[in-house]
Structures are given as C-alpha cells and as structure tokens.
Ligand binder design. Structure first.
Ligand SMILES: N[C@@H](CCC(=O)N[C@@H](CS)C(=O)NCC(=O)O)C(=O)O
Length: 207
C-alpha cells in the first residue's frame, strides 16, 4: 500500500505551493495540514519536536518520516517522473536552478512579497526596512537573469517542464506582490503562461 502523504503547510506560502503543484501535475494525492506562520504555529515545542526542528514549513510527511525543504520534497514526489530529466547533465542543471532559486531568488522575491503583501509595510521592523533596497536590487537581478535565459528557450532545462520550472514558478508568478514590475519581463510572462497550461496545473490558494 502507498504511504500516506501529508503536507504540513501554510496556504500563503509559495514554498508549500511548489509541493502541491508538483503533486497535482503528477496526480499524487496529498493531505494538507495547515499552520499559521504569522501566529508562530511552526515554532511550538510540539512542532519542533515532531515535524521540523528548523521551525518552518513546508514539511512533507511520508508515512511516519518528515522531509523539510520544499525543493527536496518536490524531488521526492517527482522521482522517476518526466519532471526530472533523464539526461545526466540536464538532471544536474535542473538542480542548479533549484539551488539558485533558494539562494538568489526566494530570499529576495519571496521575502519582499511576504513583507509587503502579507505582513504589511507598516508592520516591518527597522531592520527589515533597511534590507528592502538590497532585496529589491538582488530580486531584479534574479528576474533579469531568468528573462535572458527564457529569451532563448521555452523551459529552464531541456525541451520540457522540469522541477526547475515548478520551483521557480512558485514565487515568480507572485513577484508583483513584492513590488516587482513584471511587465518588464516578457519572456518570463510567456513562460509563466506555459506553466499555467501544463495538464493538472493548480493555482496558489486565494487569500
Ligand atoms: N528553504 C525552505 C524555506 C522554508 C521557509 O522559510 N518557510 C517559511 C514559510 S515560506 C516559514 O515557515 N516561516 C515561518 C517561520 O520562520 O517561523 C524551503 O524551501 O522549504
């Protein structure tokens, strides 16, 4: 019998959405267990002891084992599917984009979206406010790099959609909520539409 899969998540989170989107594209059923990150529900002693000692969602529960980190969870779900290229170089290149997403894209674009459209500008701390200009510049650099890459090809790696596209879609499609002017990136816009037309596509939950 297949193991029970439970996604520990907050529905506003793009990192959690990546996992739901991967599962939907692969028609893998997931149960969802919600937490309110603004209320600190991922920082309780029970959560830290049983779900993720790092105090964050998403976590994919596979039977009685817990797998934190969104891109690792997507990789587990997509194992042996067409979302992971069969070519050895392309497989590593897909991971390149997924690591890049976590280092150059998500910390800037997702953080500004979270601060501006979920926490709210008025509630930012002085420290957060001081970090905004650097994140705006680094986020725009990340989008410009994606734009140049997608000007020459339909998908991030090879000839079809891979986890690189899914993981980058999650926060790029809501980058406008972080203050990024997305009209400046037409190749990204066309790629976002290609992802939206993948069979089985599901949208981020409405807020
Ligand atoms: N690198 C992690 C990032 C996880 C992360 O930052 N999660 C945020 C929501 S997207 C969170 O749980 N924040 C709550 C907190 O830090 O208390 C991943 O990709 O899963």
């Amino acid at each position: 019998m297949a193991e029970r899969l439970i996604l520990h998540e907050d529905a506003v989170s793009g990192n959690c959405y990546k996992i739901r989107l991967t599962a939907a594209l692969l028609t893998i059923p997931l149960e969802r267990r919600g937490y309110d990150i603004l209320a600190g529900e991922t920082r309780t002693p029970a959560f830290l002891a049983t779900v993720n000692p790092n105090g964050r969602i998403p976590v994919l529960q596979i039977g009685d084992r817990f797998l934190p980190e969104s891109n690792a969870a997507c990789h587990w779900l997509a194992s042996e599917s067409a979302l992971i290229p069969s070519d050895r170089f392309d497989r590593a290149d897909m991971l390149r984009w997924m690591f890049w997403e976590q280092y150059n894209h998500e910390p800037n674009i997702a953080t500004l979206r979270f601060w501006r459209s979920i926490v709210g500008e008025a509630r930012l701390t002085e420290v957060q406010r001081a970090l905004v200009p650097g994140k705006e510049a680094a986020g725009a650099d990340a989008l410009a790099l994606m734009e140049r890459h997608l000007a020459g090809q339909d998908w991030f790696v090879g000839e079809g959609a891979s986890l690189a596209d899914i993981c980058l879609f999650a926060y790029t499609h809501v980058a406008g909520e972080g203050g990024f002017a997305m009209a400046a990136y037409p190749a990204i816009g066309a790629w976002l539409d290609r992802v939206r037309h993948l069979p089985g596509f599901v949208a981020l939950d409405a807020r």
